[in-house]
Design a protein around this ligand. Structure first.
Ligand code: THU
Length: 137
């Protein structure tokens, strides 16, 4: 599978807006939604550490609160020499807007390189209160 260069570049650019004075770990996310809209997000930390928002969740809630409902593709950039991977909380929040996580490509990249998985690979058994509406897909 080839790396989605445009989406990944948006994630990398978003990471430049990270507010991460405590961890000094900048993360950027870019999400393409059904219909073609792309949202981006960066991590926003807080002196009360537990209030920190991850980049992926910022990108999800920005678009969801504008009415977007179906994630089609995700790119994640971490400004690090270590491999990138989303945290479990972000995976759960992403899955909320994926009718079929096995169809959603997730590219994770850092200065080390990129790897591509599906959301279902990383989150095989998400918590759901009800099955996703097949009409939404
Ligand atoms: N972070 C993200 O933005 N996304 C993740 O999936 C994992 C961690 C952020 C939160 C915090 O600002 C920094 O990375 C270090 O944990």
């Amino acid at each position: 599978m080839s790396v989605p260069e445009v989406l990944l570049e948006k994630a990398r650019l978003a990471s430049q807006n990270a507010y991460a004075p405590y961890s000094e770990f900048s993360v950027g996310a870019a999400i393409r939604w059904r219909g073609g809209h792309v949202s981006t997000g960066a991590n926003v930390e807080n002196a009360s550490y537990g209030l920190t928002l991850c980049a992926e969740r910022v990108a999800v809630v920005t678009a969801a609160s504008e009415g977007h409902r179906e994630v089609e593709e995700v790119a994640l950039w971490v400004e690090s020499d270590k491999a990138a991977s989303p945290c479990g909380a972000c995976l759960q929040v992403l899955v909320e807007f994926c009718s079929d996580p096995s169809a959603v490509r997730l590219t994770m990249a850092s200065r080390q390189g990129a790897r591509i998985e599906t959301l279902a690979d990383l989150m095989p058994q998400p918590f759901r209160l009800r099955e996703p509406d097949p009409e939404r897909a």
